[in-house]
Design a protein around this ligand. Structure first.
Ligand code: C2E
Ligand code: MG
Ligand code: MG
Ligand code: MG
Length: 287
């Protein structure tokens, strides 16, 4: 209050500028969706011994003509707000299945769903169509949902996920451990895979409490028969630790690979992990 009128005006016009900027971005996003201005990259999930890739996650990208890359953490919430996110989901599903058909079998592709995709069961038919279109076996498609997807209508969403599972599609819960009442979801929802959020991996080497938390989640998930993917493994030390404790069935993170183009996935699959990373894995297993 004590700051003069001038400050307030400056603050206002800054807010206005930000608002206008966001409105412009929204217009551009709508156009990008209509004109195929988005593309998809893939981040591999490796077997923990680094010997190969079982699945790769499709991650949508937007290269803005003036601003450069805009991250999905910015434009996905925007698309959700505009009611357009299902168009993005369709586009990503289509590209992901088309690309997966070129990968060595039985390597799978994993696609992120938004809460809005699960508001009605049209998505089930869309997925069936797209699998048929590219002759991809349903066992090669994973769908990732977050805890927030269950907040609104847990029963309806469970029913949709069950329909997917009946057709042979795998369901993963993404960013696990960042939402609320996480543990009860593990048991009550039709899930196959738990992707443990990278917040649990950060500081894992230094922080004993994080390690204990992770151990608890892993133990519980295994007891419930779920497969575990640890996300966001960045360093060899983290990888060694994850392996020493046998925390993960699959590892996804910069330590193995950044998100890459589909063709690169085929190359990486042929290579396996580099020798340096493999030795870090072995060190972890020994000590
Ligand atoms: P997510 O589904 O949890 O995807 C993993 C994110 O972590 C990706 O960010 C990936 O690049 C990043 N990441 C992977 N390994 C590491 C690591 O070792 N360290 C760090 N710091 N980060 C790592 P990205 O591509 O920016 O995507 C962010 C989020 O945007 C995704 O989180 C997902 O929630 C959403 N998203 C991305 N693509 C799609 C999509 O096609 N549809 C929907 N609905 N959401 C998407
Ligand atoms: Mg994901
Ligand atoms: Mg995640
Ligand atoms: Mg996320």
């Amino acid at each position: 209050k004590s700051t003069g009128n001038g400050t307030l005006t400056a603050f206002r016009s800054e807010m206005d500028a930000q608002y206008i900027d966001e409105q412009k971005l929204r217009v551009d996003l709508r156009q990008a969706i209509e004109n195929r201005g988005l593309h998809v990259v893939y981040q591999p999930m490796y077997r923990p011994d680094g010997s190969g890739i079982e699945c790769s996650e499709a991650l949508v990208r937007w290269r803005h003509p003036e601003r450069g890359m805009v991250g999905p953490n910015v434009f996905i919430p925007m698309a959700e707000d505009m009611g357009l996110v299902s168009h993005i989901t369709h586009l990503v599903l289509d590209q992901a299945c088309r690309d997966c058909a070129t990968w060595p079998e039985p390597m799978a592709v994993s696609v992120n769903l938004s809460i809005q995709d699960l508001r009605n069961d049209d998505i089930v038919g869309y997925v069936a169509d797209v699998l048929k279109r590219y002759s991809v076996d349903p066992s090669r498609l994973h769908l990732e949902v977050t805890e927030s997807c269950f907040m609104d209508e847990p029963v309806a969403v469970s029913a949709i996920l069950n329909q997917f599972r009946v057709t042979g599609v795998t369901i993963a819960i993404d960013d696990f451990g960042t939402g609320f009442s996480s543990l009860s979801y593990l048991d009550s929802l039709p899930l196959d895979v738990v992707k443990i959020d990278r917040a649990f991996i950060r500081n894992i080497v230094e922080d004993q409490r994080k390690l204990k938390l992770l151990r608890g989640i892993v133990h519980l998930s295994r007891e419930l028969g779920l497969k575990i993917v640890v996300e966001g493994v960045e360093t060899k030390e983290q990888l060694a630790l994850v392996n020493r404790h046998r925390f993960s069935d699959l590892v996804q993170g910069y330590v193995f690979s950044m998100p890459v183009a589909s063709e690169k996935i085929i190359e990486l699959a042929a290579e396996g992990a580099s020798a340096a990373k493999l030795s870090a894995v072995r060190r972890g297993a020994k000590s």
